[in-house]
Design a protein around this ligand. Structure first.
Ligand code: HEC
Length: 208
């Protein structure tokens, strides 16, 4: 019996590589885990979570927000929009008033007064009685309705914006009307439901 190379494969091919499973080294798993972990942190901090409002060089929506221009205090742009919604129907968009409807706000001494103790009460309580504006007498039988009687309809912020706009538009030159001033006067007259009269208005101090 002759010996062949195939008779004992184990002996003739001892170094043939074998397909065997070898465990992945633990250090590689740890490295992979750390890489993924770092990747998520990187994504979280710098991607802005793919929001379209986040753009370079900013990394997050909070950061973009931090650098936005903010309006501090009364905002005349919002005031204008609210004025056109609530007041211009009678006083006109140019503040010139309308015949038979309302007197002018442009150049009005009631609007431009140094103090706003009287002015704030007008939209909150309404106004009745003959009134003189810019040296001209006006007589509107129904007077002005208390258009800002309710805080639900016109919140304090909107009213302070409206009055600030009115005091600065059409050549008027009054200081802004703050949220605190509006709030204080609304609290003071909260229990009153009758229209303010022009006589009462004149007796009120301009500033408190
Ligand atoms: C329904 C019509 C009407 C609306 C709406 C209206 N007003 Fe008037 N307003 C009048 C009338 C009428 C008078 C005159 C009151 C009087 O006869 O005593 C007046 C008077 C005034 C006055 C004092 C007089 C002057 O011309 O300076 C001011 C200030 C004023 N209104 C502000 C406002 C503001 C601010 C708004 C909106 C929040 C507003 N009004 C909404 C009709 C209106």
């Amino acid at each position: 019996m002759s010996e062949t190379v195939h008779s004992n494969p184990a002996a003739s091919e001892p170094t043939e590589p074998k397909a065997a499973r070898r465990a992945v080294p633990v250090w590689l798993l740890v490295l992979l885990f750390l890489l993924i972990y770092w990747g998520f942190i990187y994504f979280d901090q710098r991607s802005g979570w793919c929001s379209p409002v986040v753009y370079g060089p900013y990394h997050s929506a909070e950061e973009v927000d931090l650098y936005q221009y903010k309006v501090e205090g009364p905002d005349p742009a919002n005031g204008r929009a609210a004025f056109e919604k609530y007041c211009s129907l009678c006083h006109n968009t140019d503040g010139a008033g309308k015949p038979g409807q309302a007197p002018p706000l442009a150049g009005s001494e009631w609007v431009n007064a140094a103090g706003v103790n009287r002015l704030i009460r007008i939209p909150v309580l309404g106004l009745t009685g003959q009134i003189e504006v810019n040296g001209k007498p006006y007589d509107f039988p129904a007077g002005m309705t208390p258009i800002a009687a309710s805080r639900e309809a016109i919140p304090d912020k909107d009213l302070s914006d409206i009055l600030t706009y009115v005091r600065q538009a059409w050549g008027n030159k009054g200081a802004p009307v703050t949220l605190e001033q509006v709030k204080a006067i609304r609290d003071e007259v909260a229990n009153r439901s009758t229209q303010l009269t022009v006589k009462e208005l004149k007796e009120l101090p301009e500033t408190k």
